[in-house]
Design a protein around this ligand. Structure first.
Ligand code: PBG
Length: 323
């Protein structure tokens, strides 16, 4: 008789037949950079996460490193935004300054930059609009390309466009190549949904749209086939890594996407997923083990890379629960 429990008897046998493992090489830690000096301030909507000013990054990076983190994703949250999204591509922009500071403090820390306009543009949208309210794709793409090149110039190791404009991956690839950055990979937020799970991030990044919503460019949560179209297009446009976002409510998309893609697949466990789990742990409703299980489920569904705010505690979770 085949008794499945034979392979569950003790730690040794469970470890021998375990199919999915988490490692610190799987995770990218998203962090938020703000103007000012001496700032390490907890983000109210994301307890346990912080806003950092550039001067605090040297110390922060040493701390991240000690926690086993080797990959960062940078978001800038400037005090001043404008109609042109100038702070997104300025040489002295927050992400540009932060990239230089981090690479100086620790050249081995791998820096990925989020390429978008919503944190830098007065109306909080990821693109420009024409007078009739339609997306001005040409202008949006032109600016996104400038942002990506400015990040590469500052020393970013990888760029990650999160705006969801059509054809941006191809255009950004061309712009990077022309500027001499053909070795800088692009991680495309390929299947990015118009999700209510971004709520805490929009507080953290002060990027909630001033009018309307993002449904005209982010995907409808009801659609799965369409995600495959988005992933296929980004592959055609020479993305190096494709991403599904959010993660846990979209594990089906991850699994389907993995089947059609031969690229490394990333999943973004977003702010709402983080807040939900962290609050439940803080209130004693869930054991910390649930965090590990959540991350494991994302990897098991097909993610090779997980962007997660839990990165700082993962090393300990792995020691505790992967034994
Ligand atoms: C910006 C961007 C967002 C997130 C990552 N990049 C917010 C949005 O699209 O509104 C969300 C990340 C998170 O919720 O953790 N385009």
């Amino acid at each position: 008789m085949l008794l499945p429990t034979r392979l569950r008897k003790n730690n040794a046998i469970r470890a021998l037949v375990r199919e999915t493992h988490l490692s610190m090489n799987d995770v990218v830690y998203p962090i938020f950079i703000v103007d000012g000096k001496g700032i390490k301030r907890e983000i109210p909507s994301m307890k346990g996460q912080y806003h950092y000013s550039v001067d605090m990054l040297e110390e922060a990076v040493a701390d991240f490193s000690a926690k086993g983190i080797g990959y960062l994703l940078l978001f800038g949250v400037p005090d001043q935004k404008d109609a042109e999204a100038t702070p997104a591509f300025a040489e002295e922009g927050l992400v540009q300054q932060a990239t230089r500071a981090i690479k100086k403090a620790d050249p081995n820390m791998y820096v990925i930059t989020d390429v978008c306009l919503c944190e830098y543009k007065s109306d909080g949208h990821c693109c420009f609009f024409n007078e009739d309210g339609a997306i001005n794709r040409e202008r949006s793409l032109e600016t996104l390309c400038r942002v990506a090149v400015s990040h590469a110039e500052a020393g970013a190791d990888m760029v990650a466009p999160s705006d969801m404009m059509d054809e941006r991956i191809g255009q950004i690839r061309e712009a990077l190549d022309l500027a001499g950055y053909e070795n800088i990979p692009i991680m495309a937020y390929s299947a990015k949904y118009a999700s209510a799970f971004y709520g805490p991030f929009r507080d953290a990044a002060n990027s909630a749209p001033a009018f309307g919503d993002r449904k005209a460019y982010q995907m409808d949560p009801a659609n799965a086939e369409e995600a495959l179209k988005e992933i296929a297009l980004d592959i055609q446009e020479n993305a190096d890594i494709v991403m599904v976002k959010p993660a846990m409510p979209y594990l089906d998309i991850l699994a389907k996407g993995k089947e059609i893609s031969y690229l490394p697949m990333a999943a973004y466990q977003v702010s709402g997923e983080y807040a939900m789990l962290q609050n439940a742990v803080d209130q004693g409703l869930l054991d910390e083990k649930a965090l590990f299980e959540a991350l494991l489920s994302i990897k098991r569904a097909g993610a090779d890379i997980i962007l997660t705010y839990f990165a700082p505690v993962l090393q300990d979770l792995i020691k505790e629960y992967q034994a």
